[in-house]
Design a binder for this molecule. Structure first.
Ligand SMILES: [Zn+2]
Length: 71
């Protein structure tokens, strides 16, 4: 289980999202986004696409840590 701090772009709420396994693209530096096993779900807006959420700074740090551990 991996929980990250997300921010919903629709209602601006910050929440913990459990996104399961993360599949990192080969070219993460080229601006490709990682894929998540589960949908990101906001309590108010329900299922969000990756365009509707942004990772908070903390979330990005968490993601980077997992990325480095996956090598
Ligand atoms: Zn929302």
């Amino acid at each position: 289980m991996s929980e990250f701090k997300f921010k919903c772009k629709k209602c601006k709420m910050v929440f913990n999202g459990d996104i399961g396994r993360i599949i990192f693209p080969a070219d993460i530096c080229m601006g490709q986004r990682p894929e998540f096993e589960k949908d990101v779900i906001c309590e108010k807006c329900v299922v969000l696409t990756l365009d509707d959420v942004e990772l908070t700074e903390l979330g990005q740090t968490q993601l980077t840590e997992i990325h480095f551990k996956s090598f």
